[in-house]
Ligand binder design. Structure first.
Ligand SMILES: Cc1ncc(COP(=O)(O)O)c(C=O)c1O
Length: 397
């Protein structure tokens, strides 16, 4: 099959780099290749590009340029947010609060911090995947220094009310820092750090048509923060290492485009997603929709479900053979048959969660592709069921 005929519906995993982003990055790889920390001509040209990128990101966030730190992506931003504040505020306390449905970049960092002597509370979520704010209130204590709650979930698209989280935390103690992982939110939701009220916010360029290996951590002024990468004074001593100027320019360009085209992109993917959500359960028996049912609190490009009686991984392989690139939602560890920690946290039974499918739409998907998906997915699931008749779903479901 020609790669042009394939249907890519895994935009939460990554996106194709927008040609406008590539165009903006290129001069910073070919012409302005100097080390921005040096003092001569080439360095000044590189520094200019880096500074412009930083200002542009700050503008979208409604932040000051020196509150924007360029990183190697979402994973580093999340690691840095948790570790930076945990150690930066250690004198004040050693308790961190996060949720059970975070990306592993947050969860594994929190687990490591536990091994290093910090105390971590993992907040539960309801059956749609939203964080329970009453549990948050109950979890805050005099030792709490950091709360990290994701803005939008990468598997089921649930959008948390971050302003409400911040209000609860700050009422208890304005010194407690609040971090949000906005990696999936960035393409579709408002990123104003003052409207959200957050102290730290993570972004990744490659989820919004920018380059891989480039991200941002916003750190509000005066947030206690201990550098984790040592060996240079870059980024005002908060992250050592020669700057990835082209990556930063790519990040900034992708973010500015996402900001400018947000409304258009949102409407486009929402119409496609709604058609899938309405039609797929009619065409595949034994389909259980997962995640928020109300469109207002779900990312507009996010669709997820579980098919009874089939393994999600087998569905993905079958879809791949039929020219469709999708995800089971659980895949950080591709090839793992472990059901998604997010679905389990929402109370989806283990056996059901094994049949999960996640489709995340993007700006270049078309209505025609969605109609093809509505043929290919039912055929693929039925084919698998016919190969394993013993696991057939009950007709009544
Ligand atoms: C919510 C969330 N946070 C963090 C990350 C990690 O970002 P990156 O791939 O840039 O390291 C991802 C990527 O899937 C994500 O979805």
């Amino acid at each position: 099959m020609d790669s042009q005929d394939r249907i890519y519906v895994d935009h939460a995993a990554t996106t194709a780099t927008d040609p406008r982003v590539v165009e903006a990055m290129l001069p910073h790889l070919t012409q302005y290749w100097g080390n921005p920390s040096s003092i001569y001509f080439e360095a000044r040209e590189a520094r200019k590009g880096f500074d412009v990128a930083r200002r542009s990101v700050a503008d979208v966030l409604g932040a000051r340029p020196n509150e924007v730190l360029f990183t190697s992506g979402g994973t580093e931003s999340d690691n840095l947010a948790l570790r930076g504040v945990a150690y930066g505020a250690r004198k004040r306390g050693n308790h961190i609060i996060t949720t059970t449905v975070e990306h592993h970049a947050v969860l594994h960092t929190a687990e490591r911090l536990e091994e290093e002597g910090f105390r971590v509370t993992y907040l539960p979520v309801d059956k749609e995947g939203f964080v329970d704010v009453d549990e948050l209130k109950a979890a805050l204590d005099d030792e709490t220094t950091l709360v990290s709650v994701m803005y939008a979930n990468n598997e089921i698209g649930a959008i948390n009310n971050i302003a409400e989280v911040v209000a609860i935390v700050k009422e208890r103690d304005p010194n407690i820092a609040v971090h949000t992982d906005a990696v999936q939110a960035a393409g579709y939701l408002d990123l104003s750090v003052d409207a959200l009220g957050v102290d730290l916010l993570s972004l990744a360029a490659h989820k919004i048509y920018g380059p891989k290996g480039s991200g941002v951590l916003y750190i509000r002024s005066r947030t206690p923060f201990a550098a984790q990468m040592l060996g240079g004074a870059q980024e005002k001593n908060r992250r050592a290492g020669t700057e990835n100027v082209a990556g930063a320019v790519g990040m900034a360009t992708a973010l500015a485009l996402a900001d400018g085209e947000r409304g258009e992109r949102r409407e486009h993917v929402r119409a496609l997603r709604d058609r899938l959500a309405e039609e797929l359960p009619k065409r595949v028996r034994g389909t259980r929709l997962t995640g928020p049912t109300g469109a207002e609190r779900r990312l507009p490009n996010s669709f997820s479900c579980c098919f009874e009686g089939v393994e999600g991984e087998s569905v993905l392989l079958q879809l791949d053979l039929n020219g469709v690139s999708a995800s089971s939602g659980s895949a950080c560890t591709t090839g793992s048959l472990e059901p998604s920690h997010v679905l389990l946290a929402m109370g989806v039974p283990h056996a059901t969660a094994r049949g999960s499918l996640r489709l995340t739409l993007g700006k270049d998907n078309t209505a025609e592709e969605v109609e093809r998906l509505l043929d290919i997915i039912p055929e693929s699931v039925e084919r698998l069921r016919s190969l394993a008749p013993s696991r057939e779903p009950r007709r009544s479901s």
